[in-house]
Write a protein that binds this ligand. Structure first.
Ligand code: FAD
Ligand code: SF4
Ligand code: SF4
Length: 480
């Protein structure tokens, strides 16, 4: 039944129900249940159809949120899907894993007093429903073009760009060093946030649309960057950032101290049914262990919750600032607490005791000081506050930097910033090399899936303008 809008005073906010904690702690399935159609309609009807929709302004894709909420409330789900898919290549993925509290929902005008519209859950519902109805179709170019494009990286940035370029008729080739497409959506983000089948069906759809995938192919090893440039009329770098930041201090090199992404990739691969020797040997398996994860971002939250599901004896997260200042999503932190993770806020590691294997983390309490030039509060040690947490497995989740591409690829002319991210002209997305473009984390530094999609779409439009100078492609405003 069609619902009228502006129902926020009458209909309370309902986020999708979560599965019971005792059940979800034991498997890697997603924790949020699906909206039923009537619930999605009712929640959409809460929208007040703002003339200036702050939700859309704060969505990196500027999704037409009020429009698809209205269509959903009216039960016009096929049209809601068309509108949603027009600005987002993977709406059901963003609906699941965007930090909505910081983006669209955090800026919904009814948030104050009535709680925001559940935008992410409705977005997910619309496209999941479209998949079940067979409305999600492979891209069909209107005409085939001869020109070919090489994309390095099958993460969200590379895949979104690939789909947009294929739509325009280009011969699109995507290269990735992994054996599956999806980038961090496949191997970084755990299944309890994003089930792998959701990513796989997108990859298959892109193949059906004519995109050619060259997997197990590392640029710089299996094919040189120079050869790739010779093969294609234009190249897009969407390689992400993978160099883990390191811990210092005595004992920081001991066995039993592992990198977050090694741990998460092993867990995801195991879930996909692969042979993972380092998991089977126990090196990357938390079962029965006291686990300490160091860091306060989304990667740290994913590591603690993965450890819980693997059957760790105890799981502690150590972060040097407080909860209010953690970089990760508060929603994920709450989920972790519910699942039994202990948090040691305002605690920084100093040393790692152990002879042949780590046996604990010696940490010191911190306090927040005055804000620095960036406005962020500094942290300082509290004298004499050392304590030790027993640990058989320590996971380093301190963030990522880019790999040194110019050196790895023997291409010093590719300009990078002082942080190692690839420099682009923020209007044309072109790097210092003619015909070479870049998008996603390799340009921004570690960011979000939704920003990688946005960059991929914008880069695709600019590559089209480069290859078809007569095509009318609006110049972009400088990306944020
Ligand atoms: P990536 O997804 O990193 O993809 C890059 C691809 O390039 C990879 O497949 C890699 O194998 C390939 N590649 C790299 N070098 C080469 C080479 N030389 N040759 C061939 N292939 C190469 N974001 C969210 O929005 N929500 C979340 O909940 C969230 N959780 C996260 C959890 C974790 C553990 C991590 C690490 C990140 C998370 N993020 C999350 C961030 C998000 O995953 C990234 O911002 C996003 O995936 C970046 O997309 P990308 O396309 O730029 O790069
Ligand atoms: Fe919100 Fe992300 Fe969807 Fe944009 S893409 S509407 S930020 S969930
Ligand atoms: Fe609707 Fe909230 Fe967006 Fe306004 S800000 S259009 S109420 S979702």
């Amino acid at each position: 039944m069609a619902e009228s809008m502006l129902q926020f005073t009458r209909v309370p906010q309902h986020q999708p129900d979560k599965r019971d904690v005792d059940e979800r702690r034991t498997d890697f399935s997603e924790i949020y249940q699906e909206f039923a159609t009537t619930r999605a309609q009712g929640q959409s009807s809460r929208c007040s159809q703002c003339g200036v929709p702050f939700c859309s302004i704060h969505c990196p894709l500027n999704n037409n949120i009020p429009d698809w909420l209205k269509l959903t409330a009216e039960g016009r789900l096929d049209e809601a899907y068309e509108v949603s898919a027009a600005t987002n290549n993977f709406p059901e993925i963003c609906g699941r894993i965007c930090p909505q509290d910081r983006l669209c929902e955090g800026n919904c005008v009814i948030e104050r007093g009535f709680e925001s519209v559940t935008i992410g859950a409705v977005e997910r519902f619309i496209t999941d429903h479209a998949w079940t109805q067979g409305w999600v179709r492979p891209v069909r170019p209107r005409a085939e073009l001869q020109q070919s494009i090489g994309i390095v990286g099958a993460g969200p940035g590379g895949l979104a760009a690939g789909e947009e370029l294929r739509r325009r008729g280009y011969q699109v080739h995507v290269y990735d060093r992994h054996d599956r497409a999806g980038g961090l959506m496949m191997y970084g983000i755990p299944g309890f946030k994003l089930e792998k089948e959701i990513v796989t069906r997108r990859w298959r759809l892109l193949e059906e649309g004519g995109i050619r995938f060259h997997l197990n192919c590392e640029v710089g090893r299996d094919v040189s960057f120079a050869e790739l440039r010779a093969r294609h009329d234009a190249v897009l770098l969407a390689t992400g950032v993978y160099q883990a930041r390191e811990l210092g201090g005595p004992g920081s090199g001991l066995p039993g101290i592992v990198k977050a992404l090694d741990f998460l990739i092993a867990s995801n691969r195991k879930g996909l049914g692969d042979d993972v020797p380092d998991f089977d040997s126990g090196l990357l398996d938390a079962r029965g262990k006291n686990v300490v994860v160091i860091g306060g971002g989304d990667t740290a939250m994913d590591c603690v919750r993965t450890s819980v599901r693997q059957g760790a004896a105890s799981v502690t997260c150590l972060y040097r600032r407080d909860k209010a200042n953690m970089p990760g999503s508060l929603r994920e932190e709450k989920n972790a607490e519910e699942e039994g993770v202990q948090f040691e806020w305002l605690s920084a590691p100093e040393a790692f005791p152990g002879d042949n294997h780590v046996s604990g983390v010696r940490a010191v309490r911190m306090r927040l000081g005055l804000p620095d030039a960036s406005g962020r509060q500094s942290v300082e040690q509290v004298d004499g506050s050392q304590f030790t947490k027993p640990a058989d497995l320590v996971i380093k989740a301190l963030g990522f930097d880019p790999e040194p591409l110019p050196k790895l690829w023997g291409c010093e002319a590719l300009e990078v910033s002082r942080w190692g991210t690839v420099r682009v002209n923020h209007r044309s997305f072109q790097t210092s090399l003619p015909g070479v473009f870049a998008a996603g984390d390799i340009v921004r530094g570690a960011s979000l899936v939704v920003w990688a999609i946005r960059d991929g779409r914008d880069a695709a439009a600019q590559m089209h303008a480069y290859l078809q100078p007569s095509a009318r492609v609006p110049m972009l405003a400088a990306a944020e």
